[in-house]
Design a protein around this ligand. Structure first.
Ligand code: ZN
Length: 328
């Protein structure tokens, strides 16, 4: 009896966890199998953008009257999708109103107000409005601090980060990641209880090379380096490796050589934007490392976005994190 009860409980727990992931994603995770063949034959199809959101037919007759963004072949398919995605539709509608502050802003120490973050044991952080731009920029260093303090593959590095100099390589960095100044990173690390010093190497094809502000070079325990190139040559010296939204399903970015050269024994975390991306990329991460943790990221960017590949898919950036190590 005990065995069956245990099995029922674990099944129920797994179901609740899946439901929780879906709810947090802002996307109901609905897949339409009738679109699969068309999408497999034509990689340029973006459901709801240039073809029907349900069946991927390129014959468009309807646009969703609620979101005004998602396109369909027929009233029948529009109705089918609207029922499944009512919450997403409302968010899509409001995206227009959130568009005006997309650019990252430069942050001065006094403006930042780290006290805006209500920190509950570093598990839950609430960022109060009106700090949209701050909150988005803060999301990156907080996510990295989360890896160092909360994810089991990082346990050894966390101990060393109490006193030693730690080198963290971030793959897939964009200028948004690079917008936070060294003292912002340091505040996040210190708030997380990490007392060592850090070099954060930001690597990404979209990154603008830049020099850290002179004032922070000598005075700050965080040094930022910006590399607009591939990551494979800097991985060996890293103490921890973190990938932000690598977009492995997008051909434009080739992270293959870097993923093949992940050094053994080092903690690695990958962030993905959405649940569909997590599902698509998890297989790759399981190939390149031994995955030990998959969970929602409490420090995801607070800004909702519409997917460019599925019109009715909404997500926040780096919503999920997968962490593991490469076997020695
Ligand atoms: Zn259709």
């Amino acid at each position: 009896m005990g065995l069956h009860a245990g099995r029922r409980r674990s099944k129920r727990a797994a179901r609740l966890q899946r439901a929780d992931l879906r709810a947090r994603d802002g996307n109901n995770g609905r897949y339409y199998p009738q679109a699969d063949a068309r999408l497999a034959n034509n990689p340029d199809l973006a459901p709801g953008i240039n073809c029907c959101a349900v069946c991927a037919r390129q014959f468009i007759t309807k646009v969703c009257p609620v979101s005004r963004r998602v396109r369909y072949c027929s009233a029948h398919h529009m109705l089918m999708d609207a029922k499944a995605r009512a919450p997403s539709m409302r968010v899509l509608r409001t995206l227009e109103m959130l568009k005006d502050d997309l650019e990252p802003v430069s942050i001065e120490r006094d403006e930042l107000g780290l006290s805006r973050l209500a920190n509950d044991g570093f598990g839950v952080v609430e960022i109060t409005p009106p700090a949209w731009a701050y909150a988005e920029t803060m999301s990156y260093p907080l996510s990295v601090a989360h890896c160092l303090t909360a994810l089991s593959p990082f346990r050894k590095v966390r101990r060393r980060a109490q006193s030693d100099a730690i080198r963290i390589v971030i793959m897939g960095a964009s200028d948004a990641e690079a917008a936070a100044a060294p003292h912002v990173w340091l505040s996040c690390f210190r708030q997380a209880g990490l007392r060592g010093s850090f070099t954060v190497v930001l690597v990404g094809p979209e990154l603008s090379p830049q020099e850290p502000a002179e004032a922070w070079k000598e005075t700050c325990d965080v040094r930022l380096e910006y590399l607009c190139e591939t990551a494979e040559d800097v991985l060996e010296e890293a103490d921890a490796i973190i990938g932000f939204n690598l977009g492995l399903t997008v051909d434009a970015y080739d992270w293959g050589p870097a993923l093949e050269r992940l050094p053994a024994g080092k903690p690695i975390a990958f962030f993905t934007n959405s649940l569909p991306e997590l599902k698509a990329e998890l297989e790759v991460y399981e190939l390149v490392c031994r995955v030990r943790t998959v969970r929602p990221n409490p420090f995801r960017s607070p800004r909702w976005r519409q997917s460019t590949s599925m019109a009715n898919d909404i997500y926040r950036r780096h919503s999920y994190v997968v962490a593991g190590t490469v076997e020695v």
